[in-house]
Design a protein around this ligand. Structure first.
Ligand code: FAD
Length: 288
């Protein structure tokens, strides 16, 4: 395992991207994934450890021009305290409410959760429902460049993203949800909050009368990355949300997920949980 030789704590995005340009950098945000993974020998530290926590422009939630921007350094606690998140991005707020313990919510950042790219990462499922893009900053030719990419594309596999080594995730950007938009998140773990998800489900759409439109369904911990489920969405889109539509959505979901068995649950159990909990979530929407 390689050793850290230097430590830096830049105070601006400009400084951080300049450091990344020279290569050999490990980015440290809350450290809640990085430190246990490095101690377990699962992550090889680069010669320069760069703490990004002193860069103010990376933190906070704001809205403008039809986009909600969440800085990469925004912690789970910050998100729980945001009226905008609680009022408009309910599924994301609920995911933070089921995230680990108070200590971990204070330290763990949304950027770290995204870049860690766990198939069970709790914010990833609501962010997929909210059609999130990621913003990545770098200085390829000495001047600051930002590229944006859909989160669904950014997540490449378990623990893998499409971030280049010289890029810093600066923010996640969500189109402001349309009027009448509702969203919900469900997580099942051995313990309600203190555990990594065995499965998770995110659901969103515009609820009007007896039907959902602009339907968005995402699943966590049932595929190599958290996934959107287009066939499940199609089974519900614009249809009266009756028993037949719900059962059609459950069958579609069963065909779209690819769960594996591991220490947390068997693949059979994960399938049963998805079927039962999706039914319960859709029943809840129906009884609004
Ligand atoms: C006991 C325990 C319980 C947990 N419970 C949960 C849970 O319930 N749900 C859940 O989803 N997770 C859980 N986690 C995992 C972890 O807390 C989260 O993934 C957290 O959001 C990581 O954020 P961080 O700021 O601590 O990331 P860090 O550990 O600092 O970084 C994680 C990775 O992302 C990279 N990185 C961080 N920020 C950036 C950036 N801006 N740009 C580029 N790369 C970056 C780092 O280099 C590193 O590879 C748990 C962890 C522990 C130890």
């Amino acid at each position: 395992m390689s050793e850290v030789e230097r430590y830096a704590a830049p105070r601006s995005l400009d400084e951080a991207t300049e450091l990344l340009r020279s290569g050999g950098v490990t980015i440290f945000a809350g450290g809640t994934d990085l430190m246990p993974q490095s101690r377990a020998g699962r992550v090889a530290m680069q010669p320069l450890l760069m703490n990004i926590r002193r860069i103010p422009e990376l933190r906070g939630v704001s809205e403008g021009d039809g986009v909600i921007r969440i800085g990469a350094l925004t912690t789970m606690t910050d998100l729980l305290r945001s009226d905008l998140v609680k009022g408009r991005l309910a599924a994301l707020w609920q995911a933070c409410d089921h995230f680990a313990s108070d200590q971990l919510r204070n330290a763990g950042t949304i950027g770290g959760n995204i870049c860690n790219a766990s198939p069970a990462g709790d914010t990833l499922v609501p962010l997929l429902v909210l059609n999130a893009d990621v913003a990545l900053a770098s200085k390829p030719n000495g001047s600051l460049n930002v590229r944006k990419m859909a989160l669904a594309e950014f997540l490449a596999g378990p623990g893998r993203t499409r971030r280049e080594p010289h890029e810093l995730l600066t923010a996640v950007e969500l189109p402001s949800p349309p009027s009448g938009f509702i969203s919900e998140f469900f997580k099942f773990g051995a313990r309600p909050a203190l555990d990594i998800s065995t499965i998770s489900i995110g659901l969103g759409g515009v609820w009007s009368g007896d039907r959902l439109t602009d339907v968005r369904i995402a699943f966590g911990a049932v595929a190599p990355t958290p996934i959107r489920a287009p066939q499940t969405e199609q089974a519900l889109e614009g249809r009266a949300l009756d028993g037949a539509a719900i059962e059609a959505a459950i069958e579609a979901a069963d065909a779209e997920i690819r769960p594996i068995g591991d220490v947390r649950a068997s693949d059979w159990y994960r399938r049963e949980m998805v079927r039962n909990m999706l039914r319960r979530m859709l029943d809840n929407v129906r009884s609004r």
